[in-house]
Design a protein around this ligand. Sequence first.
Ligand code: PLP
Length: 221
Amino acid sequence: MNNIGQNILTLQSEIPAGVTLVAVSKTYPPGIIMQAYQTGQRVFGENRVQELLSKQPQLPADIEWHLIGHLQTNKVKYVAPFVSLIHSVDSLKLLQEINKEAGKQNRTLSCLLQMHIADEESKFGFSEEEVTSVLQNNPPHNFPNVQIKGVMGMATFTDDEEQVRNEFRHLRGIFDRLKAGFFASSPVFSEISMGMSGDYPIAIEEGATIVRIGSRIFGER
Ligand SMILES: *Cc1c(COP(=O)(O)O)cnc(C)c1O
């Protein structure tokens, strides 16, 4: 068995049933992605639209593609026909655009609300205050072609495990409050996407339902 296959199998044995593994294949070519596919992995994540658009047609149609990186409104139309989950909704404008483009495709698009939980300026995402006000003014039924399935966040890039744990715990708290406030009658609001190669065990302990893992599968980029 090659390394990629072995890495996937090892991860699958560590990750509890009920937690989805997104294999983050950014920067890796289709041939490498196929090695993961051949071990049964079907969920892959890409962070750039252009790269996703070039790989998707070269790979099997039963792959579920997740967009995990920042999405510009003018690019929504390109991914709307096929993407299965957008992790990175970070503005009202984007939510509106996804609703519009999903409608044109006669689809309902699944999304996560990206929350800013890290102690770093550079990362995208809503604050809890912002997302609460967006949802108060635009209740989820305003977006009939969008299914808001939960939240996503990235912890600070640090060796301080306590800090990382606190940030994941914070995201879990935001999820619980949004659920109670806006999605109490929506069973599909059930996902917490958090945890990457360096911190996924902590994320799982803190309630992740989706982990996004790249370098631990495919190697350092
Ligand atoms: C690259 C990336 C990951 C995976 O990172 P690794 O450290 O390689 O596991 C997860 N989430 C997002 C948003 C990414 O851009």
